[in-house]
Structure formats: structure tokens, C-alpha cells
Design a protein around this ligand. Sequence first.
Ligand code: SF4
Ligand code: SF4
Length: 89
Amino acid sequence: MTYVICEPCIDLKDNACIDVCPVDCIQPNPVDNPDEYQSVNQLYIDPHECIDCGVCEPECPVEAIFMEEDVPDEWEHYTQINANFFRFD
Ligand code: SF4
Ligand code: SF4
């Protein structure tokens, strides 16, 4: 199980979720990877590192973050999109 970042994050990327994640699994981090951060239009959650704590979900101002099993049907492909960023297939 993991949490997933979906379409509403695109082009917003306000980093509210990054600030609260206890395991630093939301990437790319603009401080650690500024070039990579500039090259993407949304942030992603590493499914192998996420501990399902859920603290990021209420922080998102546009409700882009969902538990994997609660991702809306129209955004189901974002589960794979998040995983692909970390090259896990
Ligand atoms: S659920 Fe917890 S561990 Fe997973 S991305 Fe959100 S804050 Fe990080
Ligand atoms: S809080 Fe929401 S909009 Fe902001 S970076 Fe995280 S997922 Fe994207």
C-alpha cells in the first residue's frame, strides 16, 4: 500500500506535503534535487518508502493525495505514474 499524488498537483507543486512527510519519500525534493524538481510538473510518492502514515493527505490544498485504494477511477493511472518516477515497474 502507498499514497498516490494525482492530477491536481500538476503545475501547483506547493510542497506542503513534502514539509510533513516523516520519511522524505515525496520527490523530487526542491532542496536536495533542484534540477530534477524544475524538470517535473508534479511531485510523486515513492511506493517503496511510503509508510502510509497519511499525514500528507490533509495538507494538500487541492486534494491531490489519496491512499492507493481510494484513488478516483479517473486518476487510477497515477498510481503507476508515481511508481514509474522511481523506476519500479
Ligand atoms: S503517507 Fe506518510 S509516508 Fe506516505 S507520502 Fe504521505 S506523509 Fe509520506
Ligand atoms: S501538497 Fe498537494 S499540490 Fe502541494 S505538492 Fe503536495 S500533492 Fe502537490
